[in-house]
Design a binder for this molecule. Structure first.
Ligand code: PLP
Length: 400
């Protein structure tokens, strides 16, 4: 008999964490590795946020808090939604969890029964399908393509919905493709959703602040007010405030759903770290200027990476609207032979030969449900990116 539960047997460990771990292991062995696999800003948490946490410790804010967040942070989150998204939420409509990941997980555990379906557009963030499995639901993949800009269209969405559909996940800007939805595109998807009242929307807005070329952020509960009552709008401080290690994510939505999520937390994690919650209050209410400054740095890096990858023979790299990822196609390289003699049959072969030959660690598209592509995270220093892209160019040129 297996030690693992039936639900866990359907789950695979996070492939992005696996690639990062492999890169770290090679580094420990003295290999010259450039890891472009992790979804983490290379910037530090701003000093004012760190100071707020230190103050919280000194003031003894180190005890259990309300299970789904302190009132001060919920207040700051309501103000953020109003200020940046034109969305009105009361404190009772807000959940704070130990990271964005647990927000999603708590929502699924709170709502999915066996057989319930969750529509997940591909390419997807690696954790969505497995979180659905863990919660006992069924992922239903809605395939996008480079031709649709890696965006769901109303037709693709309509085809994926069944009477068992409970949730649609939207993620804009997207991990892994960087694609973002305009207001008009969200409105068109909203028209489909209005015809299917059983479908709730979980919008993962984690990369809201990382948009380029003046692209304007939009979120579906604001664009289609009729969907407000069945939308969970999720966000967090991890990416925008460079606070991945602090573990604070949040969401707002209908009160019964928020209560159900708190019930899950009350019997599992309890509250998110008290000190991190105070740091997040400072993040959301303190100076915001550094976000735009860092975004401008990311935009330059995106341009550099897109341009250098498009100069690599056999790669095609679309220019994404946001986040800090690119999702190039390696289709033209399939069937070629690497210097080791291995024939490159899949994007998995491509990334593993690339790592072996050049030390550059990226993640195969298969992990995100759409091949033959790979994901590069460009949240790293510009010189390192130049070096990595030059190595990728040399590797592509070495294939025969
Ligand atoms: C699309 C997306 N959603 C959610 C998360 C989770 O963020 P957190 O680190 O706050 O759990 C990530 C992190 O990589 C992400 O890329």
């Amino acid at each position: 008999m297996s030690m693992e539960s039936a639900a866990l047997r359907r789950v695979k460990p996070s492939p992005t964490i696996a690639v990062s771990a492999k890169a770290r292991e090679l580094q420990r062995q003295g290999v010259d590795v450039i890891a472009l696999a992790a979804g983490e800003p290379d910037f530090d948490t701003p000093a004012s946020i760190k100071e707020a946490a230190i103050r919280a410790i000194r003031e003894g804010k180190t005890k259990y808090t309300d299970v789904d967040g302190i009132p001060e942070l919920k207040e700051a989150i309501c103000a953020k939604f109003k200020r940046e998204n034109g969305l009105e939420y009361a404190r009772t409509q807000v959940n704070v969890s130990p990271g964005g990941k647990p927000v999603l997980y708590n929502a699924f555990v709170a709502t999915l029964s066996p057989g319930d379906e969750v529509v997940i557009p591909t390419p997807y963030w690696v954790s969505y399908p497995d979180m659905v499995y863990l919660a006992g639901g069924e992922p239903v993949f809605a395939p996008t393509s480079a031709q649709t800009g890696f965006r769901l269209t109303p037709e693709i969405l309509e085809r994926a919905i069944t009477p068992r559909t409970k949730w649609l996940i939207l993620n804009s800007p997207s991990n892994p493709s960087g694609a973002a939805y305009s207001r008009a595109e969200l409105k068109a998807l909203g028209e489909v959703l209005l015809r299917h009242p059983q479908v709730w929307v979980l919008t993962d807005d984690m990369y809201e602040h990382l948009l380029y070329d003046g692209f304007e952020f939009a979120t579906i509960a604001e664009v289609v007010p009729a969907l407000y009552a069945r939308t969970l709008t999720m966000n967090g401080v991890s990416k925008a405030y460079a606070m991945t290690g602090w573990r604070i994510g949040y969401a707002a939505g209908p009160e019964p759903l928020i209560k159900a999520m708190a019930k899950v937390m009350s019997q599992s994690t309890s509250n998110p770290c008290s000190v991190s919650q105070w740091a997040a209050v400072e993040a959301l209410t303190g100076p915001q200027d550094f976000i735009g400054e860092r975004c401008a740095v990311f935009e330059k890096r995106r341009d550099l990476v897109v341009s250098m990858l498009n100069q690599a023979s056999g790669l095609h790299c679309p220019k994404p609207e946001g986040a800090f990822y690119v999702y190039p196609s390696c289709e033209a390289l399939l069937g070629k032979t690497a210097p080791t003699g291995k024939v490159i049959a899949t994007d998995g072969d491509f990334v593993s030969e690339l790592l072996g030959a050049t030390g550059v660690a990226v993640v195969q598209g298969e992990a995100f449900g759409l091949s033959p592509f790979f994901r590069i995270s460009y949240a790293t220093a510009t010189e390192v990116l130049e070096d990595a892209c030059a190595r990728i160019q040399r590797f592509c040129a070495s294939l025969t």
